[in-house]
Design a protein around this ligand. Structure first.
Ligand code: NAP
Length: 284
């Protein structure tokens, strides 16, 4: 029977730590979030971030643009936020699927790397690869923090990551390599997936497929970390792993909701404080 890694409880501890750091600063750090359109899940994520920022004492500025906003207007707003000395972090909320009229890669590349609290700018992504990043990408950093806080050793372990996105899978592979894990990254073209996942000491599910990981895909006593957030009919949320099915066989497991999601928000808050400090040369 698995022990539950409680992301909600751990994130509360981290958020309190951030709050204490913020209280010592000259002025509250400020996070600007940009969203084009009305994508409902994106708006939920924005509201969650807004609430968490308010609780930590971080100023939150939301720019919701028209769905048909032009690329030029989007870039002009990013330039304005980059130049604004009162804004420390800039985050472009990315709906799934991405809006067809916008080039999100160009938008992300336009964010000042020192304000890139999402750690998606290629410069910061490169630093993550080099192992010298000031900002760590929030979701992968949240996963690593959960493992560390649960005293789950990554060194020498076989870690299998399902998913190779720039937001989750790839940067997480880099962070786990830095922890001296042996990492395999799987994707939709991976053959014999089950044979690979069954070798994992630590299995990370980030495939955007509801309840994808079943008990017969994991080995006895595997650690199962579920990054997925899927909205089922009736607004019920589930992960990419079948929690109930895997619970008996896993040694540790995360839940959805209440697992990686809250950790992502907590790590983002940490990045906002880091951005404030970086730009003032306070501390890296
Ligand atoms: P994504 O960009 O849609 O990528 C999904 C990845 O899964 C792709 O690499 C895809 O392979 C792979 N995949 C899809 N079907 C597969 C299959 N049958 N077998 C093996 N691999 C398969 O997703 P994402 O942005 O990384 O997000 C992943 C999940 O995490 C989503 O549910 C998302 O909502 C959630 N998420 C949660 C948080 C959080 O804070 N908890 C943050 C971000 C994302 P290909 O590359 O070959 O297409």
């Amino acid at each position: 029977m698995a022990q539950i890694i409680d992301g909600k409880a751990l994130s509360a501890v981290i958020r309190e730590r951030v709050k204490a750091r913020v209280a010592k600063l000259e002025r509250p750090p400020a996070l600007a979030v940009v969203l084009a359109g009305n994508d409902a899940p994106s708006l939920v994520y924005v509201r969650n971030k807004e609430k968490a920022c308010a609780e930590a004492g971080i100023r939150f500025v939301f720019h919701q643009l028209e769905e048909n906003v032009s690329q030029k207007e989007m870039l002009a707003l990013i330039d304005k936020l980059n130049a604004d000395g009162d804004i420390d972090g800039v985050l472009i909320q990315q709906p799934n699927p991405l809006p067809p009229n916008l080039d999100m890669h160009e938008a992300v590349c336009r964010v000042d790397p020192l304000k890139d609290v999402d750690c998606l700018h290629p410069y910061n992504a490169g630093l993550v690869m080099a192992g010298t990043a000031a900002f760590l990408p929030a979701t992968p950093a949240g996963v690593v923090a959960m493992l560390k806080e649960s005293n789950i050793e990554m060194k020498g372990k076989r870690c299998v990551i399902l998913g190779r996105s720039n937001v989750v899978g790839k940067p997480l592979a880099m962070l786990m390599l830095q922890q001296n894990a042996t990492v395999t990254v799987c994707h939709s073209h991976t053959r014999d997936l089950r044979e690979i996942t069954r070798q994992a000491d630590i299995l990370i599910a980030a495939v955007r497929q509801p309840l994808f990981v079943k008990a017969d895909m994991i080995k006895e006593n595997a650690v199962v970390i579920d990054v997925g957030i899927n909205r089922l009919e009736g607004k019920k949320i589930c992960g990419d792993a079948d929690y109930k099915d895997c619970f008996e066989k896993a040694s540790y497991i995360t839940r959805v909701p209440g697992g990686v999601g809250p950790m992502t928000v907590a790590m983002l808050l940490e990045n906002c404080v880091k951005a404030y400090e970086l730009r003032r040369g306070v501390r890296v």
